[in-house]
Each structure stands twice: as C-alpha cells, then as structure tokens.
Design a protein around this ligand. Structure first.
Ligand SMILES: [Zn+2]
Length: 287
C-alpha cells in the first residue's frame, strides 16, 4: 500500500492494479473517487478509508470494472452519471468472466465471488452534481470522453481535478466505449479547469503538462488508423495490424496483469472503434 497525501484533503493510491483510488477527507466525512479493481485491494482500501473517517460518497468516473468492482466493499452512497448506472445494471461482467479474471489477477478473490454483487450507483445525475463534505466540496460534471458516461470530479479548495480515464498518465486506455470526437473534447475540458494536481485514471498524479502528452498519444494512434483508411484498409485489417502500448492492464512490479487474449481484444476493439469514427468523420484525424 503506497497511499499518499497530495493536498490538505486528498489521499491517492496509484499503485493498485486497476484504477487510481482517491479519498477526499472533509469535516463531515469522506468522498471516494473510483474503487479498487481487485477485491483484496478493495477490502484493504475500506480499512484505509475507515481510518480517515466515515465514507459518505463513492464516485465512479465510469462503469468499467477496474473503477467499480470495489464499490461492493465500500460504505456510503455510490454516485455517478446516469449512464454509468445503466451500464452497470445491464453490462457488468458476469460471474464466469470474473472467475477467470480473478484466478489470474487476484486468486484469493475467486472464493469471494459467491458473496460479490455488482453495486450500482444509487445517486445519479445528468449534467452536474456537487457533493458537500463541510469544509470542502466535490464538483461532478458529466463529460463524455473515455466513455459516453464519464465524469470529471473537481475539488476547488485544493485545486485537484480527478479525470478518470479521460486522462491517463500511464498510457492510453481502451477506446472501445469512446467516440473519438468526445475523446479530444474531454481533454480540452480538463485543460479549462484551474488546478494544481491532476489525478488521472491510471498512472502518477500529474500537473498540466500531462495533457499535451496524452493528447499526442491519442493523435498518434488516430493518425495511424487514418493512414490505414487511406490505404483502403477495412476495420478488420486495421484492427489486426495497429497496436498501441498498453501500460494499464499489463503486469506491474507488484501485480499480475490481464491475460494476453483480453489485452488483445481491447486493442482490436479500440482500433475498430476509431476506424468507425474516422469513416464517419475523416476530419477527426486532424484533431
Ligand atoms: Zn480505467
């Protein structure tokens, strides 16, 4: 556990396999942003949170399992964009998928699967929602980007913005649930915030400079797909051929990452997603 306090009211864990996990401490309780992917990390994270106060809110920046599985072990009300609740109600990974995944990334958690339930958000919003914790408040704003139901969370008192996978310091995440136009718009939106610390969906806490780097990585892969289209390649050809570096689902020093076939599937779906968007709007390749 390498949880670090980055500002007067914010603790962040960036070393979990899966999303970054944050705890915001206010006079009147805690808000958490994203929950651990691995159940054993989630159980430990709950203890960390309990030492800091009473959890009132658990915010999910999107519906992906690496941001939401840990919901089950947290206190408080789960809060998200309305679309995140819908995706968790209808598209959450099933028991068999999780059993196979946990056998690899968190073997001790396979035994927890009989007890585990998808815990869906009970407080949802369309455009904006503020969560008040006494001396600080967290501003949640709907921002399609990494997914159609992503959000940006902002703690103005500490100058901290939590971007979820709209920005990842570690590298590019999957594009499978995004629209390319939204992907670039969302980065521009983050740039419009007044912040000192950017807590990304994955990777180290960063400053403003991560935005340009991240946009460049996105431009590079979008540019490669645009090139493939110019060569006349269809979606299957482009997705068989183009790869970007996955630093998010792979092994780390402390963790075993996703199996190769899943990583390969994310890549293919990502390239197919970009290919479809570019066919519709070729101008996106110059974003
Ligand atoms: Zn993620």
């Amino acid at each position: 556990m390498t949880v670090r306090q980055i500002s007067p009211h914010v603790h962040v864990e960036t070393a979990h396999l899966g999303s970054n996990n944050s705890i915001i401490t206010g006079k009147h309780g805690l808000a958490l942003v994203d929950t651990p992917h691995r159940p054993t990390d989630a159980i430990a994270w709950r203890k960390t949170a309990d030492q800091l106060g009473d959890t009132r809110f658990v915010v999910n920046t999107d519906h992906h399992p690496d941001h939401t599985i840990g919901n089950y072990w947290m206190g408080g009300e789960v809060v998200s964009h309305r679309g995140t609740r819908e995706r968790l109600l209808h598209d959450a990974p099933d028991h068999d998928y999780l059993a196979k995944l946990f056998a690899r990334i968190d073997p001790a958690a396979v035994a927890l699967l009989d007890e585990y339930r998808v815990r869906v958000p009970t407080v949802v919003f369309n455009d904006q929602l503020d969560l008040h914790l006494g001396d600080v408040h967290l501003e949640l704003t709907f921002q399609p980007g990494h997914t159609a139901n992503s959000l940006i969370a902002y703690l103005p008192e500490d100058g901290v913005v939590f971007t979820g996978d709209i920005v990842c310091e570690a590298g590019l995440p999957s594009f499978q649930d995004c629209r390319v136009a939204d992907w670039f718009d969302a980065i521009d939106k983050v740039a419009g915030y007044d912040f000192e610390f950017l807590v990304p969906g994955h990777g180290e806490v960063a400053g403003r400079d991560v935005l340009d780097r991240y946009r460049e990585w996105g431009r590079d892969v979008v540019g490669q797909v645009a090139e493939a289209i110019r060569r006349g390649e269809d979606s299957d050809q482009a997705s068989a051929e183009i790869r970007f570096v996955d630093n998010i689902h792979v092994d780390t020093d402390d963790y075993v990452g996703y199996p190769d076939d899943l990583i390969e599937m994310f890549q293919r779906r990502s390239i197919a997603r970009i290919h479809a968007d570019l066919l519709e709007r070729p101008d996106l390749s110059s974003r």
